[in-house]
Design a protein around this ligand. Sequence first.
Ligand SMILES: Cc1ncc(COP(=O)(O)O)c(C=O)c1O
Length: 393
Amino acid sequence: MIERKRSHAAVITRSGPIDELFAAAARRPELVSFAAGAPDPALLPVESIAGLAAAALDRHGRAALQYGLTGGLPALQELSRKLLSERGIDCATGDIHIATGASGALHNICLATLDRGDVVLVETPTHGPAVTLFRSHGATVIGVECDESGVLPEALDDAIRRHLPAFVYLMPTFHNPTGRTMSAERRARTAEVIRRHRMLAIEDDVYVELRYRGAEVPALTSFVPEFCAYLTSLSKCVAPALRIGITTMPQPLLRDVLVLKQGIDMQTSSLTQALAAEFLGGPERAAHRQRLVEHYAAKLDRLAGALGEHLGPDFRWTVPDGGLFVWVEGPPDFDAGAVLPAALDHGVAYLPGSHFYADGGADRGNTLRLSFSAVPIGDIDRGVAALARVCRP
Ligand SMILES: Cc1ncc(COP(=O)(O)O)c(C=O)c1O
């Protein structure tokens, strides 16, 4: 075994419950896994992608297999600009960057903004892998209090004053893990705090296309574009394997991000960018979105019904307007992490809520996240019945 130095990032980052649960699910096909936030495999558009790849090669020829501009394929940047304007974000094509997934964009923004010892503010709870990422860049991650409408503007104001963070990371629409959406009024008040402090806010918006009910709300970025980096991607609404992230951010930050990206992966794949441009510009986008929305809405209804039937009055859960997650809260003495092994024995998997807290969530052990997207609809009832057996022994 060679002796090697390990980086700060490697030392502080351990493989987490997600890796173990994915491994367990792969070994046991009968397991009903509410753990992963992945698209339903049945909805991955295999035939369309084959056609789009052929069309992309036809249109772009060898350029689709060549190195391209770090900012992105101009045709896809232009289509992305139109997509963002549907969400209330007006920017120039040159302000759009095609990243390697929303996670790639987040990593590059961290490189451009974080030094060891900096503070990052996140929602409570928040996307677990983002916390790991921020920490791997040397940041201290601090959670800000939220309610069912999202982050509390007064708490955000107070946290910015006290901690002088490098940035604030928010998921205003179909939040992971709670599913909640920030109201337009709350967005306006949050934007006011961001503007007053001249603070960089990162809006992570990868679930926005998956709305099952309720009216659309303009992106938080549309309220304060001069202080926001907006991230979205095609992972949840087309296929994660494309690794297409779409972002816009203030030009000075974008310039740093692009220079740093050259040293990371040069650019996002020309081939999948060309393919994504065929999808966004073609006729299939609307029909595919409709299919996803109908399919996931039916699963969410089935899950909500099963929870009502099996879980009982001492448990509460969210029924979101969109996205892929239901957040469950048990009585104070319930410990979702402690009962997970028994749940796996009973044939059901989920992610314990403590995984989603910047402070480790020691006092939120009574929460868990259910992701309904990849579970076959006919298995949802069986999974929830198994969950209820271990939650209410
Ligand atoms: C909130 C959030 N952001 C980003 C990602 C990753 O997106 P991408 O596949 O575009 O990197 C996920 C994936 O689960 C997510 O939940």
